[in-house]
Design a protein around this ligand. Structure first.
Ligand code: ADP
Ligand code: ADP
Length: 227
């Protein structure tokens, strides 16, 4: 489902953020990506949805080769991948419902289908009652739930999350994790960069540790530990 072969990434300033990464992630897996700041976690994740391109090497997502993918095909790729960010990235002038519907309106889905899908995912994340509220009227946890709803409304095979609990208090972080667990239980692959030691050690999944642009550890049911 996700394959990286000899992936190397050097930024224009000379920093090498991926120094020969090889990885295979299967359908339905839940993977934590851990490592110190500056290790290359975000770069690793950004290359999966073509926010960054590798300098060399090969990346396959659902059989799509990101190295040779034309730019005009990137929107098609992004429809197969849901992305969740630490800072939510909601559209401030759209309400909760509209933020989630937006991705479906862009692809001109039929209005009845949009209504059904949006209402279904809002129910899944527990936000049915807040559909008409705007991002600035929500708590951080609620904003993140909107962003998760938006990421799954297209029923992607993969959800990629970059520190999704990084701005949330511990209790809210556990709630957000419960939602990711539910999404994973439905068969969606999850790749999540995180610094949350408690969560990684409590909800056991595969742990990929990155340091200096290299995978230094890759364990099923692994622990967080660093260094
Ligand atoms: P992490 O997510 O583990 O903190 P990043 O992937 O963000 O690591 O960064 C890895 C390295 O690449 C760091 O040294 C960082 O400063 C550098 N880096 C990240 N993005 C860029 C960029 N756009 N341009 C130049 N250097 C970058
Ligand atoms: P139905 O056609 O089943 O009556 P609607 O399309 O009117 O359903 O809306 C279903 C739900 O979706 C309602 O609870 C409504 O609050 C919500 N909804 C629909 N459009 C919007 C919107 N633009 N902003 C907020 N909520 C919306």
């Amino acid at each position: 489902m996700i394959v990286m072969k000899n992936v190397y990434k050097k930024y224009p300033n000379g920093v090498v953020a991926a120094n020969g990464i090889n990885i295979e992630i299967d359908r339905g897996e839940f993977v934590y990506v851990v490592g110190p700041s500056g290790a290359g976690k975000s770069t690793f994740i950004k290359m999966m949805y073509r926010e960054e391109r590798p300098t060399s090497g090969e990346i396959l997502i659902n059989g799509i080769n990101l190295a040779t993918l034309r730019n005009k095909r990137v929107p098609q790729l992004r429809r197969q991948i849901g992305v969740v960010f630490q800072d939510f990235k909601l559209l401030p002038k759209l309400n909760v419902y509209e933020n989630v519907a937006f991705a479906l309106e862009v692809i001109e889905a039929p209005p009845a289908e949009i209504r059904k899908k949006v209402n279904d995912v809002l129910a899944l994340v527990g936000l049915t009652q807040k559909a008409r509220m705007f991002p600035n009227e929500l708590s951080g946890g609620e904003e993140q739930r909107v962003s998760i709803a938006r990421s799954i409304v297209n029923v992607p095979k993969v959800v990629i999350a970059d520190e999704p609990t990084g701005n949330l208090d511990p209790e809210t972080s556990w709630e957000i994790m419960r939602i990711f667990e539910q999404i994973n239980a439905r068969g969606t692959t999850i790749v999540m960069a995180t610094h949350n030691r408690e969560i990684v050690n409590a909800i056991k999944h595969r742990v990929i540790a990155i340091e200096g642009g290299l995978i230094t550890r890759d364990e099923y049911g692994g622990e967080y530990y660093e260094g």
